[in-house]
Design a protein around this ligand. Structure first.
Ligand code: PRE
Length: 164
């Protein structure tokens, strides 16, 4: 494959795309963007999956902290936009309990890509390969500037060994 890191960049981008639905689910409700209990659940689940796959729980949790941070950056940006431009705010409210299983599936996809691309991630050409993959995904998914910038945020810790 010409771009071995494109599947992981895509999985990260698809996880990030859920932030729009999460923000719409929370907008106009008392549910805060930050949900520490859910974050702990996500980080616990990925640490368990990392152990099953023989991956470093510390590395995997860092990578997923980045996913969560990037997700919150999208949510905060959208909240800011909707508060100054109420006409742009969502008119239908997705059910958060239906969005979270999608996030869980993307988490698994990301984790399995980390496992499958272990050699590339640990190799000397990871950063240029990751940038190349991210640019390709941004074009293919037609990401807007907010989602391009936050995709970069979500990818910061991906390169490096994922096994102890
Ligand atoms: O599930 C949510 O409520 C989200 O906002 C998504 C998410 C995540 O990226 O997994 C991000 C922020 C919250 O603190 C918890 C989890």
């Amino acid at each position: 494959q010409t771009r071995p890191l494109q599947p992981i960049a895509l999985a990260v981008s698809l996880r990030l795309a859920t932030a729009d639905a999460v923000a719409a689910a929370k907008w106009g409700t008392p549910s805060p963007i930050d949900d520490p209990a859910r974050e702990a659940q996500v980080l616990g689940a990925v640490a368990a999956q990392a152990a099953d796959e023989g991956l470093s729980a510390v590395r995997v949790q860092q990578i997923f902290r980045d996913q969560i941070e990037a997700n919150k950056e999208v949510q905060r940006a959208l909240f800011g936009w909707w508060s100054v431009a109420p006409g742009a705010a969502p008119t239908v409210r997705p059910d958060l309990t239906q969005v979270r299983p999608v996030i869980d599936r993307q988490n698994t996809d990301i984790l399995l890509q980390l496992r499958d691309q272990e050699a590339v991630l640990a190799g000397p050409d990871c950063v240029p390969a990751l940038v190349d993959a991210a640019v390709a995904v941004a074009a293919e998914q037609r990401l807007d500037p907010l989602h391009q910038a936050t995709l970069a945020r979500a990818l910061v810790s991906i390169c490096g060994p994922v096994r102890d």
